[in-house]
Design a binder for this molecule. Structure first.
Ligand code: ATP
Ligand code: MG
Length: 420
């Protein structure tokens, strides 16, 4: 038989087509399948309707090596997956006494008789492998039809996930012949998606058509662009080398805006840099309201390099707790290079830290002016050697501006800690 390289996922259940339930099963399955070097060709959410289910299954069967369905294995009349698949493959549904016994036993343990409708869950297409379900009544089903594999799983994630990992992954591993998906992630800050694309495209385009092709996708979030590189195959050593070369070429072309090629977040990178120097950071935040501190302390072990901070939202607090001169705020405004610098220097001095960082800005939607529109943010970083201050303008809503701001401050810390 041929190896399995493509899959379709069918999420069955009318509730998935309402605003109240999200199809998370397909995300879980896509992750697991990708790890096995299997690409998901298509996924769909389908109502509990026999005609639509059959149409979707027909399409999947004619295109993918593997079809995984979730949901619709329950005992009620609207659970149709088992019947639709048997019908389409021309297989008889037969009652499996062993499966029936397990279901009856499950009810007996709770002191109840099995309702007659549950008998349907003991039906399986001839030749199917029954996948036990220790967390529910609906067993899963696995069918191998020539080169193709069809797997039917229950809908509830806590039943579906252990069943997939316990019974389906080992069988799939046999059918993928050592094929695996290998990945690298390169993280960039301080550049827009199109700026990254412009520099990176010639490199990843070439890598995409090389003898061992590397697939690249760009993911953007406020203040951060990620380049995801992946390649599937059975020669892990060659693929690893090819991926590392592509990462090195991209990192070289993009320069010091790349902060991570090993999966670390920027707060982890900053934490490592602080830790290596034996330095501790003090934080003064205005418009981010603690978001920078939250990220710095997200990293396990942060107590070794985070000293503390002040959320100085009101000017009184900037003056009283950080020692920013009142006249300076009056002359230049709370959002200014001067105030940001004084905030960082103030918090560093008062907390006796080696390095201080501050953020002050206008997150919006109100408070903007022609000279300082919403999205104007000033960040300062100070060490014994001096203070650097930068003014930014970030587009977007309040939450987005706040996320950009924390990211910019983390990047200025990274830069200050990387030099000398
Ligand atoms: P059961 O024996 O539990 O009835 P089933 O296979 O019939 O199994 P469904 O009735 O289709 O499962 O789904 C039960 C519940 O599982 C749904 O209400 C929903 O909360 C959850 N569920 C179903 N499909 C998905 C999905 N694709 N993603 C996330 N949750 C899901
Ligand atoms: Mg259902």
């Amino acid at each position: 038989v041929r190896p399995i390289v493509t899959a379709d996922i069918l999420a069955v259940g009318s509730e998935l087509l309402t605003p109240h339930r999200v199809d998370t099963n397909s995300l879980f399955l896509t992750g697991r399948l990708n790890d096995l070097g299997i690409a998901v060709r298509m996924k769909s959410a389908i109502r509990d309707n026999p005609r639509e289910l059959t149409a979707a299954l027909t399409n999947a069967l004619s295109n993918a090596d593997l079809i995984v369905t979730t949901g619709g294995l329950g005992p009620t009349a609207d659970d149709l997956t088992r019947e639709a698949v048997a019908d389409l493959l021309g297989l008889e549904l037969v009652e499996r006494p062993d499966v029936l016994a397990v279901i009856q036993e499950r009810f007996a343990r709770r002191g109840a008789a099995m309702p007659a409708i549950n008998r349907r869950q003991a039906m399986a297409p001839e030749g199917a492998i029954v996948l036990p379900n220790p967390n529910g009544t609906a067993p899963g089903l696995l069918l191998e039809q020539g080169d193709r594999m069809v797997v039917l799983l229950p809908g509830p994630p806590r039943e579906m996930q252990p069943m997939f990992d316990g019974w389906v992954v080992p069988r799939l591993a046999d059918r993928t012949r050592g094929r695996r998906l290998h990945r690298r992630v390169l993280k960039v800050t301080g550049r827009s998606e199109s700026q990254v694309e412009e520099v990176a495209e010639p490199i990843y385009a070439a890598a995409g058509t090389a003898e061992t092709p590397v697939e690249t996708t760009i993911l953007a979030s406020p203040g951060q662009i990620e380049l995801h590189l992946s390649s599937a195959g059975d020669d892990g050593q060659t693929i690893g080398r090819v991926l590392d070369e592509a990462v090195a070429r991209l990192a070289e072309a993009l320069g010091d805006v790349v902060f991570s090629v090993d999966g670390r977040s920027i707060e982890e990178v900053v934490g490592d840099l602080l830790h290596r120097r034996g330095w501790r950071v003090a934080v003064a935040e205005s418009c981010t309201g603690g978001a920078l501190m939250a990220r710095l302390t997200d990293v396990p072990g942060a107590s070794a390099w985070v000293l503390g901070g002040v959320v100085a939202y009101a000017n009184e607090v900037k003056i009283a707790e950080l020692g920013v001169p009142a006249g300076l705020i009056e002359r230049h405004g709370a959002v200014s290079e001067e105030t940001a610098g004084a905030m960082a220097e103030g918090v560093r001095a008062r907390l006796h830290a080696e390095i201080g960082v501050s953020i002050t800005g206008i997150a919006g939607p109100g408070g903007g002016s022609p000279e300082k529109p919403v999205g104007t943010v000033v960040v300062a970083v100070t060490t014994g050697a001096g203070t650097s201050v930068r003014r930014f303008w970030f587009p977007g809503e309040r939450e987005v501006v706040r996320r950009f701001s924390a990211m910019a401050a983390l990047d200025m810390l990274r830069r200050a800690l990387s030099t000398s």
